[in-house]
Design a protein around this ligand. Structure first.
Ligand code: DGT
Ligand code: MG
Ligand code: MG
Ligand code: MG
Ligand code: MG
Length: 268
């Protein structure tokens, strides 16, 4: 077909192909969720409706887009890991990132009611996205460890802070003062001694965040079947189905990765 004289503008497009053999990580983060959380009365420090909606939206991303092997979320962020051999959208960073961000954002709005009921969504939320490449399993695990460590540090701080305010009667300024310079052990001690709270018994979802992975599960359904020379009858049929499953466990140590060897591909 003849080309128009305008065709040349295509050559202005730049190549953003992700380097081969690398895991492609897309991390999304809610835009100005400090305000969004306040305006929608998110409970402090953790709102289970909001966390549930984030997880539901991430599940939709995994189910609708190809080649995501694990995703990890906490607070207003979610990271999606594409397998290193993925050729989805020719590994073009902008395509991958925008598909993840738009699928996630539309799901967040679409499923809002399932988690917030009659409480209205006051304005359209947005999420930023970035792409980072990790060339080795060690680098990828360290990336996910970094996000989970961030979850732990923030959640420990926020748990003590809001306990001091909500149960200890301190003002937010006093609570901030009380926590200045304290280490993790000190924070655990405040919770335990002053409020009889063992941090390790707090919600795993809040302490560890949420890892979503694909798992095979046997599913049994009863089917009405016509058996030769007999009348129709109910027969139990078991088949193996891939499903996205949520884990709220440690992903920094080796155990999780040994339990799920199919997530990472060989480094060699
Ligand atoms: P950004 O990302 O630079 O546009 O700005 P923010 O405000 O989204 O900041 P970010 O992402 O560093 O921090 C996340 C904010 O979201 C933080 O202010 C606390 C809020 N948030 C996230 N999850 C919850 C929750 O479950 N409950 C409450 N109350 N707030 C939450
Ligand atoms: Mg930020
Ligand atoms: Mg944010
Ligand atoms: Mg954030
Ligand atoms: Mg099109």
């Amino acid at each position: 077909m003849a080309k128009s004289k305008f065709e040349y503008v295509r050559s202005f497009e730049t190549d953003d192909t992700c380097l081969r053999n690398c895991y492609i990580v897309v991390r999304l983060d809610g835009r100005n969720f400090h305000k969004f959380a306040a305006q929608h009365n998110f409970t402090k420090p953790n709102d289970n409706r909001a966390l549930g909606l984030m997880t539901r939206s991430a599940r939709s991303v995994m189910e609708e887009l190809e080649d995501i092997v694990i995703s990890y979320g906490q607070s207003d962020e979610f990271s999606f890991v594409f397998k290193r051999t993925s050729t989805w959208f020719k590994r073009r960073a902008s395509k991958l990132m925008t598909h993840v961000a738009s699928q996630f954002s539309s799901s967040y709005v679409f499923y809002w009611k399932e988690f917030f009921g009659e409480q209205p969504l006051l304005y359209p939320p947005g999420f930023d996205g970035r792409v980072v490449l990790y060339p080795s399993n060690r680098n990828l695990r360290d990336y996910l460890s970094w996000r989970q460590a961030d979850c732990h540090i923030n959640n420990l701080y926020n748990t003590v802070f809001w306990t001091l305010v909500q149960k200890g009667g301190l003002t937010t300024v006093q609570a901030e003062d009380r926590l200045k310079g304290t280490l993790a052990a000190d924070k655990n001690e405040i919770l335990f001694s002053d409020f009889d709270i063992n941090y390790n018994n707090e919600s795993a979802q809040h302490r560890k965040g949420t890892a979503l992975i694909w798992e095979k599960r046997d599913e049994t359904v009863t089917k009405r079947m016509k058996v030769p020379n007999e009348e129709e009858k109910d027969v139990a049929v078991t088949r193996s189905r891939r499903r996205v499953e949520a884990h709220h466990c440690d992903i920094i140590g080796d155990q999780f990765w040994e339990d799920h060897p199919e997530i990472l591909e060989d480094d060699s």
